[in-house]
Design a binder for this molecule. Structure first.
Ligand code: MLT
Length: 404
């Protein structure tokens, strides 16, 4: 008789954004006349940049002709894209990353969920609290997190690093030593970030205790302040302790197109074994490459026009972020984030729980956001709004929230 992976049975409820999606669908079905505005899941709304579209059309045409047709992509991704990544995302920032340390994929969500494949189940993970739920849920699926303690909304075998107003929404070095540390800066969900000096402390710590950092830099394009690092490899020694995950979803609007990459430096080793060789083995065995058309589209982001157009997209969303932050602060809300990230983190009014505020907003303002407690126990009493809507919808949503 077959047996299932019963770690799945320990998972509480469904995936956060699936739960929200279901609630919103039910509300809309019951109230078809309401115009519901979503500032919930971090999904972009602007169309792809013209240069990106042009590159995609060109690649489609290549697929139509026998002499330019492409089948399976190379394991690690096409060289034209990996070279552009090395030159623009790393060399330009003083980080020396080799082309065979880049693994092109179908996005940061898959990579951050799959990276656990190359680590033993015996590793202890440390996560920020609140945190992007994929890191914890996928470790739970692998059997690395112990049991779920409902009353605490925590897993028994996970080190939680509270990121609260008292810590400026940044984690502190934990008392207990972890093996794997998940960091995401600029942060999802709080929109906070840390300086290069602060990140260097994490790198030094990881090197000292022999931990690996999984660094999610999906929101780096939103950084507006100078002392905030765009890559962990700007820190000294990071190549010996950190894996970096990047996405094209937020900087270039690829949420529906799917493209990202992960950097696994060859210096990163367990004994004599490089993590690069393990991830290459995993990637080659379980993944058949992002489509050629999409990789061509990704490479177009790095052209002069592509850079200009995607920067404009980021600028558009950051205008929303500023608007949300300023207007809600003026209305008396306690807000943070939104300066180096497309997320605004606000304290719920009148001591409402995060889910109470969610229901209140959905029913009385017809606006969808994300309850902070869905990201972890320290998110209770907080709420996340995204800046990824249109200007018009963002303005309308904030007006409605102010009228509550
Ligand atoms: C979010 O809303 O947290 C993100 O859109 C989720 C993701 O990028 O997968």
């Amino acid at each position: 008789m077959f047996k299932i992976n019963d770690n799945y049975l320990k998972l509480p409820g469904s995936y956060l954004f699936s739960t929200i999606g279901k609630k919103v669908r039910e509300y809309k079905a019951a109230n078809p006349d309401r115009n519901v505005i979503s500032l919930g899941i971090g999904d972009v709304t602007l169309p792809l940049a013209p240069t990106v579209i042009e590159a995609m059309h060109g690649a489609v045409d290549e697929m139509a002709s026998a002499d330019t047709f492409k089948g399976y992509a190379p394991d690690l991704g096409y060289e034209f894209l990996r070279q552009a990544i090395v030159d623009n995302d790393y060399k330009a920032r003083g980080a020396d990353i080799a082309i065979d340390e880049i693994f092109v994929s179908d996005g940061a969500k898959s990579d951050s969920g799959n990276i656990g494949d190359i680590f033993s189940v015996d590793n202890k993970i440390a996560v920020c609290d609140p945190v992007y739920p994929v890191y914890v849920d996928t470790n739970a699926m692998a059997g690395r997190t112990g049991d779920y303690i409902e009353a605490e909304q925590k897993w028994s075998n996970v080190i939680y690093m509270p990121c609260t107003a008292a810590t400026n929404f940044a984690p502190e070095i934990p008392k207990e030593t972890p093996d794997i540390i998940y960091l995401c800066f600029p942060n999802n969900p709080t929109g906070s970030t840390i300086t290069k000096d602060e990140l260097q402390k994490w790198v030094d710590y990881a090197l000292k205790v022999g931990a690996v950092i999984i660094y999610d830099a999906a929101y780096e394009a939103y950084i507006s302040e100078d002392d905030v690092p765009h890559s962990i490899y700007e820190c000294e020694g990071a190549k010996a302790c950190a894996i970096e995950i990047r996405s094209y979803s937020k900087n270039a609007g690829f949420t529906g197109t799917r493209l990202g990459y992960t950097v696994v430096p060859k210096e990163l080793k367990s004994g004599e074994t490089t993590l690069n060789s393990l991830w290459a083995r995993r990637h080659g065995t379980k993944f058949n490459g992002a489509p050629y058309i999409i990789q061509k589209a990704g490479a177009a982001i790095y052209t002069e026009e592509g850079k200009k157009q995607t920067k404009e997209m980021v600028g558009y969303y950051m205008q929303n972020a500023k608007y949300i932050r300023d207007e809600l602060a003026a209305a008396g809300y306690t807000v943070s984030g939104g300066v180096n990230a497309p997320y605004i983190w606000l304290k719920t009014p009148d001591n409402m729980t995060s889910w109470q505020f969610f229901d209140n907003l959905l029913e009385n303002a017809n606006v969808v956001g994300t309850p902070g407690s869905g990201f972890g126990p320290s998110g209770e009493g907080y709420f996340r709004l995204t800046a990824f809507g249109s200007h018009e919808n963002t303005k309308e949503a904030i007006e409605r929230i102010k009228r509550l």
